[in-house]
Write a protein that binds this ligand. Sequence first.
Ligand SMILES: Nc1ncnc2c1ncn2[C@@H]1O[C@H](COP(=O)(O)OP(=O)(O)OP(=O)(O)O)[C@@H](O)[C@H]1O
Ligand code: SF4
Ligand SMILES: [Mg+2]
Length: 378
Amino acid sequence: MACSMVSNMVCGMVHGAGTAAATGMLLDVCDLHTVYPSARGDVRAVRGVSLAVAPREVLGVVGESGCGKSALMLSIMRLLPRPGRIVRGAVRLRGVDLLGLSSGEMRDVRGREIAMVFQDPMTTLNPAYRVGDQISESLQVHRMTPSGASISPPRNACVRSRLWQARRAREEERDYVIELMRRVGIPSPDHRHLEYPHQFSGGMQQRIMIAIALACKPRLLLADEPTTALDVTIQAQVLDLMEDINREMGTAIVIVTHDLALAGDFCDNIAVMYAGQVVEWGPAEAIMEDPLHPYTRGLLLSMPRLGSRQPLRAIPGEVPDLTSVSSGCAFAPRCQQRTDRCEAEEPPLQIASGRMLRCHAVQAEAHNRARFRGCVAR
Ligand SMILES: Nc1ncnc2c1ncn2[C@@H]1O[C@H](COP(=O)(O)OP(=O)(O)OP(=O)(O)O)[C@@H](O)[C@H]1O
Ligand code: SF4
Ligand SMILES: [Mg+2]
């Protein structure tokens, strides 16, 4: 099916009639395939992912380790480590295909339009630079002032006036950095902007990463497990902060997490990934209350619940090796509902019960229900 047709269908289904047109979407990922070539063959980390994010939306991407969540985020940012590469598909931001941009054009998009908070802050922050300088760097890269305007020095200004303007710009930038650090909850930012990453705790480093990501007021923030390394109180603070950013600045957020409960509380929509594919995608409330894909059900049953005395039920087996995924449903070896068809034929991403699903059993069930309703009506 044509890429735009899939997008339109998918967006319409998950976001409702008002925002159904893919053109109204902030981000539109269509049939994206990404591989990491390795000695064992190509690791197919992203296998035909289609997703969309509306302006101001918060989307949660969940799934077990190794399902391709980070590979998807890095593909959207075009920051895949070599020799990783995007094989085919489209990533559109406000209708512009990011995969067709030159490296220079893509650099302009990063930071200014989309920013990313990476999984591990300590390997992302530069230990040799003060955190304040690292926060202001993206303003300098994009030649922007803290107010968001582009800097263009006056042509005919004399040297003294230029120096004065440069000093004012530096002061304005420093004040903005201090304000951003205060905004993300770093105590004493007027002193601490001069410190180095190793002088901050893990939670603070994560917040500095968020401050760097927000410096240019991007429209979309990709946060890859921004709270995994943090204790629960700091985790809650970082999530509150992201919620405020979403509400006050209108920044849309894609948050990657292993924690379905967190996604259920925090997100408007959830996309469940398994073996490089989106297997269920729809409104967070519906997915938490009535998960339909056997993998989503398994994830929810394996989730610890406060006060419950029921033993946890882990999903048997493990995520497949992405160098040799079978031709049928990738979840089949772990699925209790599998049939011969599941092993032979890969289920497509289709609409069922108000969401998008990749499962033969769910599709058959939805089809039977529709037929039954037809009989009753007759
Ligand atoms: N640089 C790389 N080179 C080769 N293979 C890679 C590389 N990075 C990731 N992979 C492989 O790609 C697949 C998807 O990895 P990815 O990091 O996207 O998973 P993930 O869902 O983010 O997992 P986690 O929850 O543990 O972060 C895995 O099989 C992984 O081993
Ligand atoms: S397609 Fe078949 S094997 Fe795959 S999740 Fe559905 S029922 Fe299970
Ligand atoms: Mg990851």
